[in-house]
Design a protein around this ligand. Structure first.
Ligand SMILES: [Zn+2]
Length: 187
């Protein structure tokens, strides 16, 4: 199969590759992943991921799988609730500036436990609470946990758009929602 990463120069093409990959996944037509020694040797000299994905750590939400992508294609940053804290932003800065990825996609998902926790009022352990406190003030307008997921995605997108390196590199930022049951990513 073609080495997609070498063919991608614009965010529009990058987005199309992700949409095409998700369509293959939803239709159970995924491409066999090339994980051969030969392929890994090829990748040893460097990477050119065509998209940066910020998504949740949820075990049901793996972007290499739902976007049907190969090793070296997408630069993935994951944490519970797909928040844009300083480590997320630092990772984005690395990929945007040094790897020249033209597109950033923030993917929230249905049944997100972290956002549901932030939508409620419970207290959590210290570090988990830090995540909850990052999400909670930004989803106040939401009337339901599912609406909170969408509000959180929009907020994280706007935060990333404010980043100086993202602006300098003119990296495009879009939000998306992954439906766990259907497997569809809605942009
Ligand atoms: Zn989640």
């Amino acid at each position: 199969m073609a080495d997609t990463s070498k063919l991608v120069h614009t965010w529009q093409t990058a987005l199309q590759h992700l949409k095409d990959g998700n369509k293959r996944y939803v239709e159970s037509m995924t491409i066999t992943r090339n994980i051969s020694l030969e392929q890994r040797e090829k990748l040893e000299s460097g990477q050119e991921p065509f998209a940066i994905i910020v998504t949740c750590s949820d075990s049901r939400v793996s972007p290499e799988i739902y976007f049907d992508q190969q090793l070296g294609h997408i630069f993935v940053i994951r944490n519970a609730g797909n928040i844009a804290d300083s480590t997320t932003l630092g990772s984005i800065e690395f990929a945007a500036e040094y790897l020249k990825s033209p597109l950033i996609v923030v993917v929230g998902h249905s049944s997100c436990g972290a956002v549901a926790g932030a939508f409620g009022e419970d207290k959590y352990s210290e570090n988990l609470q830090t995540i909850i406190d990052t999400i909670r003030p930004n989803i106040k307008s939401a009337k339901s946990a599912d609406e909170a997921i969408h509000v959180n995605i929009a907020h994280v997108v706007s935060l990333i758009k404010e980043n100086k390196i993202v602006q300098k590199m003119a990296t495009t930022v879009v939000g998306a929602y992954y439906n766990i049951k259907s497997g569809e990513v809605l942009f």
